[in-house]
Design a protein around this ligand. Structure first.
Ligand code: SF4
Length: 317
């Protein structure tokens, strides 16, 4: 690991200033992804600004019946929060589908959204990777296995975003709230936070340098049932091959693109009266990618249909 310096931020403004003014600085909270990347020297920050103890570690009901979630709150605490368990069960289930108990106890909600891809070639420094080293190539294209984008990929990168929580938040139409280096705040839909790779797969989000996610705002749950499903190689502690979150008629997919994928075609079909199978097919008709991923399109179609059926069978909220 490369040497680095460390400071614990006194407040959000100081943290944002410290990172915005130093190109080598990074925010540190739970560290469950960043420290692994530093050990592999994939990330080599020269300075860490610890935001894990800022006063953004709780969740409160909002006046409109939604929920405001602290960016520095841990995943475990959020999954156990009574409002989440009662009104947003797909969010609790998604969080508990991710990583392990130990990791969820450390990982923060903001950090979860900003975790980097689990593409194996990104972590293998002997292999070319445009995301790790722009212009070096992509070792994943043509490689065996079922991991890879079926929506929004391209010749530069086919990595997927594998946060379970982000998929549930996308189905719930949540937004992140941030503090920017000029001292203003802004809200960004979780569905719009991450970027597709294009020619710059190393640029992964819409955040500017030094911009800090302080909270996540979740609107009141939509009418209708909720469900979450994940397919993976092992029953626990494995990244997803595919995930589906359903909240009413809103559908989001995970591990299928560089961002949590808002399945707008499926939603439109459901609102027009389509069956779950027809809605799922409307979404996967838009999918593509390498020939080796054809089975994944079928998997996502079936998982989406089954998860919509599951949501429709649940009590209306
Ligand atoms: Fe790197 Fe993306 Fe290719 Fe994976 S898919 S090797 S992250 S460029």
């Amino acid at each position: 690991m490369k040497p680095f310096t460390y400071e614990r931020a006194a407040n959000a403004q100081a943290a944002v200033k410290a990172v915005a003014e130093n190109p080598g600085a990074r925010f540190l909270a739970g560290g469950t992804n960043l420290l692994d990347l530093m050990k592999l020297e994939i990330e080599t920050p020269t300075h860490l600004v610890d935001v894990g103890r800022l006063p953004f570690a709780s969740a409160q009901e909002t006046a409109d019946g939604g929920l405001k979630i602290g960016g520095a709150m841990t995943n475990s605490k959020l999954a156990a929060h009574p409002i989440v368990r009662e009104r947003y069960p797909l969010l609790a289930r998604a969080i508990l589908s991710g990583a392990s108990g130990q990791l969820r106890n450390k990982a923060t909600n903001a950090g979860n959204l900003l975790q980097r891809t689990r593409c194996g070639y990104f972590y293998d420094t002997a292999k070319p990777c445009n995301k790790r080293q722009p212009g070096s190539g992509c070792a994943a294209i043509g490689a065996p296995g079922g991991y890879g984008a079926i929506f929004g990929g391209g010749p530069a990168c086919i990595a997927t975003h594998t946060s379970d929580m982000a998929v549930a938040l996308t189905a719930l139409d949540a937004s992140v709230e941030t503090m920017t280096p000029d001292g203003t705040t802004r809200a960004i839909k979780v569905a719009d936070l991450h970027r597709l790779p294009g020619d710059t797969p190393q640029v992964e989000t819409e955040l500017v340098a030094g911009e800090l996610i302080t909270a996540i705002a979740v609107p009141p749950p939509p009418p209708g049932g909720q469900a979450y499903a994940k397919v993976r190689d092992r029953a626990s502690y494995a990244h997803g091959l595919a995930m589906v979150a359903v909240a009413g008629t809103r559908v989001a997919l995970g591990a299928v693109a560089a961002k949590p994928w808002r399945a707008a075609h499926a939603q439109a079909a459901l609102e027009a009266g389509a069956s779950p199978a027809e809605a799922a097919a409307a979404e996967t008709a838009q999918a593509g990618g390498e020939d080796r991923l054809v089975h994944k399109i079928a998997l996502v179609r079936r998982l989406t249909a089954a998860t919509i059926e599951d949501a429709q069978s649940r009590r209306q909220t």
